[in-house]
Design a binder for this molecule. Structure first.
Ligand SMILES: [Zn+2]
Ligand SMILES: [Zn+2]
Length: 240
């Protein structure tokens, strides 16, 4: 929840949008129609893939009735819960690329608004998925931290930006099959923050197989975290 009065916040948002529209009139990222100061027009915003879909409460894969999926029932992942607001498909994939490499502020604002519409997580601390130092130098910022900071502020929770070190550079992860991904990421994180008894909410942009988030949760729990919940922008849907 914002600590500003709603009226004040609305007024500020309206003023900011008016200024932004006058200075930077935007075209919808997906269809090219005029979209004021927003990254998407209202039609494309309403049609984002996976928006409002029922999902497995543990791994966020689409499930018609929101029940725990077969994979999570067979083997419970090291994290306790996951929420995704969208599916990873057009135009979400392009928007996430824009967030990662283009640092478009309007894109992170859209994702934060969508993620903040979900119930506040039961957590003591917010942790962005850390980026390997080499990737951080290359890009200049961590897109997960760009989402975590404003989300933590809205939730009234502290955000920890330097409590975990990513020792292994696993960026080619996307090209590997599941089993290789799990082996590739093992031991990637070193937790330096005191997390004993803490409930942690982890922020990331995309959850593909969940191997990286699983390894992260394993490291957090080994450091004493009591509960780990993931909040991600988009989940890669199960193959049809
Ligand atoms: Zn559009
Ligand atoms: Zn599941």
């Amino acid at each position: 929840m914002s600590n500003q009065a709603p009226g004040q916040r609305d007024w500020l948002a309206v003023a900011r949008d008016a200024v932004a529209t006058a200075i930077f009139p935007q075209q919808c990222f997906a269809c090219g129609a005029a979209s004021g100061s927003d990254v998407l027009c209202s039609v494309c915003l309403a049609e984002l893939p996976g928006k409002g879909d029922a999902r497995c409460p543990v791994c966020a894969i689409g499930q018609p009735l929101g029940e725990i999926c077969g994979a999570c029932l067979r083997e419970a992942p090291p994290f306790d819960a996951t929420r995704a607001v969208l599916d990873y498909g057009f135009p979400v994939d392009r928007l996430i690329q824009a967030l990662k490499y283009g640092h478009r502020l309007s894109t992170s604002r859209l994702f934060v608004d969508l993620m903040a519409a979900a119930p506040v997580p039961e957590a003591d601390i917010v942790l962005p998925m850390p980026l390997h130092p080499a990737r951080l130098r290359e890009r200049g910022f961590n897109q997960a931290a760009e989402l975590a900071r404003p989300l933590a502020q809205r939730w009234g929770l502290p955000v920890l930006l330097d409590g975990v070190v990513r020792d292994l550079d696993t960026s080619p992860q996307a090209s590997l099959p599941w089993k290789a991904r799990v082996a590739n990421i093992r031991g990637a994180f070193r937790v330096t923050a005191p997390l004993a008894g803490k409930r942690v909410v982890v922020i990331d942009d995309v959850m593909t197989t969940g191997a990286t988030l699983a390894e992260f949760a394993r490291a957090l729990k080994a450091a004493g975290a009591e509960r780990v919940e993931n909040r991600v922008v988009a989940r890669t849907p199960a193959p049809a």
